[in-house]
Design a binder for this molecule. Structure first.
Ligand code: AHG
Ligand code: MN
Ligand code: MN
Length: 355
């Protein structure tokens, strides 16, 4: 008989990897797992909302039906509040960070950054969506944690993970010692270890990018796309194009099959679209831990300086050899000097006003 290991059991077993751990990180991960199950239940019901006539209706407390991304945000925040291990939450859904001011959280050491519902435009059409989270230890040792504690580079992450609400629901996470994936068994309501020690293939044949924006891409990206489309038996080209529009789902597929995901700078989003703190950094940490590579096309994502909560970044991420190849194209066709970059940002009126 195969022995099933639940997420809860696995987290506790792994606590031994950290000799001085007191179980706080384990409890934090457990809390995130619980919130993920609640969000999963609502995501699965999303298609029923119209049938049940809840949309735009008012519930007994006088609240109108919430959008699922707002709902997911509330669930994660509430789990983190009641768990007592987290002092600050940074969320895509909140302009500012949220300080948790409660008796049980007064000694909390951890900061959690979260994209509660990633790919939310796909909800209405029954396409996979996700949650992304990133965990830091606060830098200061006493007093109220502040922005200074929050603005840490990706290399400082102590854990990161994503949940994919897909044909099945999975939670994938790392604490810096490899990546493990758990599939939710709805019959017992538990995440069970299904993908131990996940590794992304070094090479792949899938490229994922929103080609609709082709005209807005830097030359290096345009040339790389053409490279992917050329015929060459030895390198199994042309490659396959796959783009779901939920980063978590595109990354998860590439993690298993091998591939590259690119969201570059574009002429309309000159700093990139995706957010560094709760999208790029956690996913980069996971992919690196699985043996892949994550850069801006030039620089390692995890080493970027974090200067604001909702800062954006370009991202080239996935199978190591594919990302290295795309970087060659960037160096050859899109290398801007620092002065050129500054002039470009100035001409677009966004220097100093980065959000
Ligand atoms: P979110 O739903 O959290 O705002 O994120 C959507 C993101 C990401 O998941 C996806 O890869 C990307 O936006 C898609 O953007 P485009 O529609 O511009 O391709
Ligand atoms: Mn997102
Ligand atoms: Mn989101």
């Amino acid at each position: 008989m195969t022995i099933v290991r639940t997420l809860g059991q696995f987290i506790i077993e792994k606590q031994a990897d950290f000799p001085y751990a007191k179980g706080e990180l384990s409890r934090l991960l457990r809390d995130i797992g619980i919130a993920a199950k609640i969000v999963n239940r609502e995501v699965n019901k999303a298609g029923l909302v119209d049938i049940l006539g809840e949309l735009d209706s008012t519930n007994i407390q006088g609240e109108t039906q919430k959008k699922l991304d707002v709902y997911a945000n509330e669930q994660f925040i509430s789990a983190l509040k009641s768990g007592g291990e987290c002092c600050i939450v940074v969320s895509e859904e909140n302009d500012d960070y949220l300080y948790i001011d409660s008796e049980i959280s007064k000694n909390a050491k951890y900061i959690v950054a979260i994209d509660p519902l990633d790919g939310s435009s796909n909800i209405d059409v029954n396409v996979a969506v996700g949650t992304i989270f990133s965990i830091y230890r606060r830098k200061s040792v006493e007093g109220k944690a502040t922005l200074h504690d929050v603005l840490q580079n990706g290399t400082e992450q102590v854990a990161a993970g994503y949940v994919i609400y897909g044909s099945s629901t999975m939670l994938v996470y790392t604490t810096g010692k490899g990546v493990n994936g758990f599939t939710l068994d709805p019959s017992i309501g538990e995440f069970c270890l299904s993908h131990p020690e996940m590794k992304i293939p070094k090479d792949g044949t899938i490229y994922s990018i929103n080609e609709g924006y082709y005209v807005h891409f830097p030359d290096g990206v345009k040339k790389y796309i053409k490279f992917c489309q050329e015929e060459d038996k030895a390198t199994k080209r042309p490659y396959t194009s796959r783009y779901i529009g939920s980063m978590v789902a595109d990354i998860h597929r590439n993690m298993i099959k091998g591939g590259i995901f690119i969201y570059p700078t574009t002429s309309s989003a000159p700093l990139g679209k995706l957010r560094l703190v709760y999208e790029c950094n956690p996913i980069a940490f996971i992919i690196e831990q699985a043996g892949g590579r994550a850069t801006t096309g030039f620089t390692r994502i995890l080493e970027l300086e974090v200067t604001s909560l909702h800062q954006r970044s370009a991202i080239f991420i996935g199978s190591e050899n594919m990302v290295l190849k795309a970087e060659e194209f960037m160096r050859e066709y899109s290398r801007l000097t620092d002065d050129e970059t500054e002039a470009r940002l100035e001409s677009l009126g966004i220097i100093g006003g980065i959000d």
